[in-house]
Ligand binder design. Structure first.
Ligand code: GRF
Length: 231
């Protein structure tokens, strides 16, 4: 069977794109990043792709009369790259219903929150303002309802008392990189089964039952005697 082709849509920094490229080089992506499409000519992501010899194309919104014309050009570029999977990795434009429907079931997005909490922008700031103890990221299938498509995988981290927006964003980002590569691999290996709003991931290890934060089982004050020392 041919190796699945992945087209990645980006707008900026490109660290998630970099994580996908690294995973491919290390033989743990299950597919190949065949093309990178970007809506900003100044995006750092373009250099990351170019360094690896991956075809890039810039399609800037402002070059088109309206959203339909922009999306038609974007769809033409996607189709020309013949992808099995399209990944939105920090692609900052909201896509219309017809565009999304064209790629139903084969377009993934990475979002920096535990959806359905905090769709949209400023997720880390909003999570901190709400005082949540657990935060994270989500990979989901893209539907017309922005940030509400069927959830494929989520990664959770504890929010620390000392966290600010940038420390929290940095820790979530390291999880994003692992999560996105794992979700893409599961797609490429045909292990994702969409059933309504739920996605079954075949062949995944059973996750730990619970993440409790703060943990009642790990006191912050060190104990003189480790309970494990008792017979
Ligand atoms: C990530 O936090 C991603 O979840 C969000 O946009 C950011 C893109 O970062 N959708 P990068 O361009 O992949 O570094």
């Amino acid at each position: 069977m041919a190796i699945p082709r992945i087209t990645v849509l980006v707008s900026g920094r490109g660290s998630n794109l970099g994580a996908l490229i690294d995973a491919e080089r290390q033989g743990r992506l299950g597919g190949t990043v065949a093309a990178v499409l970007c809506d900003r000519a100044d995006a750092a992501a373009l250099a990351i792709a170019a360094e690896q010899g991956i075809a890039t194309q810039v399609i800037e919104h402002r070059a088109f009369a309206n959203r339909d014309a922009f999306e038609a050009a974007l769809a033409a570029a996607i189709d020309a790259s013949e992808p099995d999977l399209i990944v939105l990795a920090g692609f900052m434009r909201v896509l219309g219903a017809a565009f999304v429907a064209r790629y139903a079931g084969r377009m993934l997005n990475i979002h920096p929150s535990l959806l359905p909490s905090y769709p949209g922008l400023d997720t880390h700031k909003r999570a901190l303002a709400d005082g949540v103890r657990v935060h994270g990221c989500t990979v989901h299938f893209v539907t017309a309802d922005v940030d509400h498509g069927p959830i494929v995988m989520q990664g959770a981290i504890a929010v620390h008392d000392e966290d600010d927006e940038s420390t929290l964003a940095a820790r979530v980002l390291t999880v994003e990189h692992k999560l996105l590569a794992a979700a893409v691999r599961a797609f490429c290996e045909r292990r994702l089964v969409i059933a309504g709003r739920r996605v079954r991931v075949k062949g995944e290890a059973v996750p730990p039952a619970a993440l409790v934060v703060p943990s009642p089982f790990a006191p912050t004050i060190p104990r003189a005697v480790d309970p494990c020392d008792f017979p």
